[in-house]
Design a protein around this ligand. Sequence first.
Ligand code: ZN
Ligand code: ZN
Length: 256
Amino acid sequence: MLIDHHIHALAHGEYSYQYEWLRLFIEKTRQQHLNGIGFTEHDEFRHLINISLLHQLQEENPGIEIKIGLEVDYIPGRENEINIIKAEHDWDYLIGSVHFIEGWAFDHPDHKDRFNNNNIDEIYFNYFALVRQAVEANCFDIVGHLDLVKLWGHTPREKSLLHYALPVLEAIKDADMAVEINTSGLRKPVRQMYPALEILQKMKAMDIPIIFGSDAHHPDQVGLDFDQAALLAQRAGYKELVYFSHRKATKIPIDF
Ligand SMILES: [Zn+2]
Ligand SMILES: [Zn+2]
């Protein structure tokens, strides 16, 4: 049972929930020999999700698990709003992601210059502190692209990546959450999946469950580089994934 848990059919609002468009995602799921796909729009676009269309596709494609999730922006102070979003629908899972450090859209190409004018270790510290807060907010099932802060290729100098990530991993373990192996980092200047191998190895030692996600913003990207995700998971010692239905995780062996 291999599911691509991280899909944006709307991209950043460029596309819409049209039957033929969504069918392309399902077709690609089949072509990639995946068992399922989870639609996880950014929460700001959730009013554009056509749930009944997804239900129709579920009925028409009994061989493909079609999950309905959401990728939610974690910003401190948003907890009440996030709890309201959670109650709006019977989501299969919520991915919690940090895309902003104190209002700075650090993953946006227009704003990446700030990495050059600031202390990288401080940025790493601030980023992971926010991810930890997201985990401790107790709103989410999965941590999205755990070490996204590396996307432009900047690495910390004073301390290791693991030094900054470890408190987050401890919080994830306490919160009983899963982490995604997100292959979209291979398509970014860092050319690495999220999270890095050393983080995954530590996660495995702590028995933190994983899922796979492509972060596709187009049907062509469904299941992209999942062979590499499987290799990375195996290198870290993982033999199992989980998948989510109605916010409950089920373990399954990695079968490649
Ligand atoms: Zn994201
Ligand atoms: Zn995403």
